[in-house]
Design a protein around this ligand. Structure first.
Ligand code: FES
Ligand SMILES: [Fe+2]
Length: 427
């Protein structure tokens, strides 16, 4: 990759081409549980390099406004959330959920001064257990997201988030590149309660040279990884990627399906969102407890959603476990195995220095698609893939197919979610 391309695809601040692109989507902003009730404490939120504060007002309305008071710049995170507004603790200026200033106590009401003050604000909407934000121009707001995991009943789904201390793109590329599973995650595949026991795991571990086939979809890509199964058949793991930052992991046995969003906080940090859901049944208590404990793709975090294993403690790497082969990397847990290697690339990976191989095809095509979409949007205003909620009607698939069948044909039906709650296709 050329240095300019790397800049273009990794920078998402206001006014950057990729930043403008991201601002056209509904993105996960907060867990709904972070704003549990009317007049609860406000929450700080930084996305795409913009600092904001979110609150739920007395009537339960959601607000997401500029973090800093229009008077003299105090963080409204210190504010009092009361009587349908957030009041700055310094001199009492008060703002409603739209960012409109509704009270300046020092000025006479007749002066109408406060009417002239309005903070920047964005719509924040609850869907599933997530609060979603749209940060684009108000007139261009797309329909709300329709991902299956936010459409099933709450008993069937669980979502978590963790801070990842690197650029969103190298994190997302880990979600696209399933060739690392046979290495990085190999120790955990047979022991993690949310993965073990699937027939597919055997194929995964036996064949460390998967053949990748990548096919364009309306919203992004389908990345198929082919490994040898039994009797000359092929075991396919198919990962959908939908622009700009959604990936889904192919399922294993009857375990819940899962996936991620990789949302830029600023250019050197991102939120790794992880969801699990089962399309046809409730999660068991055992599964839910495991997810809360940070098993599977989830991670144990502190109050600020920073993982307890982090770069300050070398992710608690266990060299003895690494040596004994109990764990390929020595780092415990899928999520932190990913985060540790991806953060080690530096805050923004220098892609001019890589040496890509054939298993990186999915990543190469995703980068191109992003660059192409950003350019088409900038030059011609073409709406990027993945904005249309129809593009959210996808699924990941694991399937055994005869050797002469392309996955795009053999798994065609299974990759599209025709109706919420249909059986998953999994091995
Ligand atoms: S700085 Fe907020 S009211 Fe003065
Ligand atoms: Fe991974």
């Amino acid at each position: 990759m050329k240095a300019e391309q790397n800049e273009l695809v990794t920078r998402t601040g206001p006014g950057t081409p990729m930043g403008e692109l991201f601002r056209r989507y509904w993105m996960p902003a907060l867990l709904a549980a972070e704003l549990p009730e009317p007049d609860c404490p406000p929450v700080r939120l930084e996305l795409l390099g913009e600092r904001m504060v979110a609150f739920r007002d007395t009537q339960g309305r959601l607000g997401l406004i500029d973090e800093f008071c229009a008077h003299r710049g105090v963080s409204l995170w210190f504010g009092r959330n009361e009587e349908c507004g957030l009041r700055c603790p310094y001199h009492g200026w008060k703002y409603d959920v739209t960012g409109q200033c509704v009270e300046v106590p020092s000025e006479p009401v007749e002066s109408g001064f406060c009417k002239k003050i309005k903070l920047k604000s964005y719509p924040l909407v609850e869907r599933g257990d997530i609060l979603w934000v749209y940060m684009g121009p108000p007139g261009e707001q797309p329909p709300l997201p329709e991902w299956e995991f936010i459409t099933v009943r709450p008993e069937q789904t669980y979502t978590s988030k963790r801070l990842q201390e690197c650029n969103y793109l190298q994190a997302m590329e880990g979600g696209i590149d399933s060739s690392h599973v046979s290495f990085l995650h190999s120790g955990a595949l047979n022991t993690d309660p949310l993965f073990k026991g699937a027939k597919g795991n055997e194929y995964n571990l036996r064949d460390k040279m998967p053949v990748f086939e990548v096919v364009e979809s309306e919203g992004g890509l389908y990345i198929g990884a082919r490994r040898n199964a039994d009797n000359g058949q092929y075991y396919w793991r198919i990962t959908p990627w939908v622009m700009p930052c959604f990936t889904m992991v192919p399922p294993r046995g009857d375990h819940p399906m899962h996936g991620h969003f990789w949302v830029p906080i600023d250019d050197e940090n991102c939120w790794a969102w992880s969801f699990d859901y089962h399309p046809t049944r409730e999660l068991t208590e055992y599964e839910r407890e495991a997810m809360i404990a940070g098993k599977g793709i989830h991670v144990a975090v502190d109050k600020g959603f920073r993982p307890l294993q982090n770069k300050d403690n070398d992710y608690l790497i266990d060299r003895a476990a690494q040596k004994a082969g109990k764990s390929f990397s020595g780092v415990d847990g899928f999520g932190m195995q990913d985060a540790s290697v991806q953060e080690s690339m530096g805050p923004i990976q220098d892609r001019t220095k890589e040496n890509l191989v054939s298993t990186d095809n999915g990543i190469i095509m995703a980068r191109h698609r992003m660059l192409r979409a950003a350019k088409a949007f900038k030059d011609k205003g073409t709406l990027p893939p993945g904005v249309d909620p129809k593009h959210h009607h996808i699924r990941s698939v694991s399937i055994v197919l005869p050797p002469d069948q392309a996955f795009k044909d053999g798994a065609k039906e299974a990759l599209t979610r025709k109706k919420v709650g249909a059986e998953q296709t999994t091995v």
